[in-house]
Design a protein. Structure first.
Length: 222
């Protein structure tokens, strides 16, 4: 069931939205008519206590071989072709900072930040050659605000490597998509939405596997 208009303009590009009802989860989304970004309406967002309870259930540690292998693939495909050393920040590192640990093992001077598990305000006084953010962007209440913060932490020429799953193209496929079922997943990107997100900045997408890896480079000031 669709509503003719969404509750609010698209939080990524500002265009009009339409309402999309998920009958299985009984929630509403606002879907952008321009960039396709799909945002779960705030009334359905978990509060901080319930959100952290959900994250506490994750078994994301160095002992989880499948989880470690996923990050190793991410590094080989979407990080190492563009940068091999320097200061690295893993933003949204979670309860078990696996990618942070791997970046250190590969020789990066590494830092990590997580609003629940490693709230380290010192990162905002530093700059980085690489920022990774894996399985984070779908959780963001204010993606433009967070992206702006990350942008100003990047050195000119630095890399931002993001992992999040692209929204299916049709609403019908979206409403059967497993990824939307996590109650902490509230925002779902399309390629056009990522393009709209970075457009105001000196940022260029230099790689995507068109599924869940997106690599951006901060261009040098002219």
């Amino acid at each position: 069931m669709n509503a003719p208009n969404g509750e609010s303009p698209c939080i990524i590009c500002g265009a009009k939205t339409y309402g999309l009802h998920d009958p299985q989860l009984d929630v509403w989304y606002d879907v952008c008519v321009s960039c396709g970004y799909t945002y779960k309406r705030p009334i359905y967002h978990l509060d901080a206590t319930r959100e952290k309870m959900n994250y506490d259930k994750h078994e994301n540690t160095m002992d989880n071989e499948g989880y470690v292998a996923m990050f190793e693939r991410f590094l080989e495909e979407s990080v190492f072709p563009y940068i091999r050393s320097g200061r690295a920040l893993d933003f949204g590192s979670g309860p078990g900072p696996v990618l942070y640990e791997l970046l250190g093992r590969h020789g990066f001077i590494n830092y990590h930040y997580d609003p629940y598990y490693h709230k380290n305000p010192d990162i905002y006084n530093r700059s980085f050659d690489l920022i990774t953010s894996t399985e984070v962007f779908e959780h963001l209440f204010e993606p433009k605000k967070v992206f702006n913060q990350l942008y100003y932490l990047l050195e000119d020429g630095a890399i931002l490597a993001v992992m999040t799953s692209l929204r299916p193209k049709s609403d019908e496929d979206f409403l059967t998509w497993w990824y939307r079922r996590d109650p902490t997943h509230i925002g779902f990107f399309t390629l056009k939405a990522f393009e709209a997100l970075v457009r105001p900045y000196r940022m260029k997408m230099i790689y995507t596997n068109r599924t869940n890896h997106f690599v951006f480079r901060k261009e040098f000031a002219r």
